[in-house]
Design a binder for this molecule. Structure first.
Ligand code: ASP
Length: 231
């Protein structure tokens, strides 16, 4: 749906849950694209830095953590999932965006893709450069993420990761490079793209997700230990 068509409709209510990461990062100078402190900017400030967002959705921020995503653990994953589930049940919430560090964005997105019991859009988003850097990617990524979370076209497609103009399935996506903005890749390609406020889906996830799986975040209170034997 085009931005103008969407603006004519009632604006969606989107909650942006802040967890930290580079999208909440700040560097000492504008040329610091790789050396900076992550997880320092509050989610409300990240939202306020993109005033265009208020034209496409009614957005409110909620700070659940302020951490680098390498500090996610079972407890935090469950806390995040349960809070997202709670919000999705509210009639005044149409979609969720989670701002997240990129190092473990794929683990969180896949976990939510398997355990949330809702068809409302849930989008995990990050950035490769802090907001203080030349060529910072967080503002556009957040704008695109809110657009996807506001769209009925994104409903029922599982948890999505939106980065660098692309919409990926949480099941497929993986980070492939530690500094490039085009780092997120899916083996079968993204589900679609976001270009100038327009969502373009090219394919659908075929594997079970959210409402189709046996896992329910509301009923999971601990995760089983799984050991890995490297050979
Ligand atoms: N170490 C950061 C994190 O995952 C990197 C990033 O956000 O890109 O939180």
């Amino acid at each position: 749906m085009s931005l103008s068509a969407q603006a004519q409709e009632k604006k969606a209510n989107v909650v942006v849950i802040g967890t930290g990461g580079t999208i909440a990062g700040a560097g000492a100078s504008s040329v610091n694209t790789a050396a900076y402190q992550s997880a320092v900017v509050p989610v409300d400030k990240i939202i306020a830095a993109v005033p265009e967002i208020s034209k496409i959705a009614n957005v409110r921020g909620e700070q659940i953590f302020q951490i680098g995503s390498e500090s996610f653990n079972d407890e935090r994953l469950l806390k995040l999932g349960k809070r997202v589930s709670e919000l999705l049940k509210q009639n005044d919430v149409d979609g969720i965006v989670i701002t997240h560090g990129t190092d473990t964005i794929e683990e969180t997105a896949y976990f939510l893709n398997l355990t949330l019991k809702s068809t409302k859009p849930v989008v995990v988003v990050g950035s490769m450069r802090p907001g203080t850097a030349l060529g910072a990617d967080g503002a556009l990524n957040l704008y695109d993420a809110v657009l996807v979370a506001s769209s009925k076209d994104a409903a029922g497609k599982g948890t999505l990761v939106v980065m660098n103009d692309e919409i990926h399935s949480g099941r497929d996506v993986t980070k492939t490079n530690s500094f490039k903005v085009e780092t997120f890749r899916s083996p079968y390609g993204p589900l679609g793209y976001v270009v100038e406020g327009k969502l373009m889906f090219y394919r659908l996830p075929a594997r079970p997700h959210t409402t189709q799986t046996e896992f329910d975040i509301d009923k999971i209170n601990s995760l089983p230990r799984v050991d890995i034997a490297y050979n």
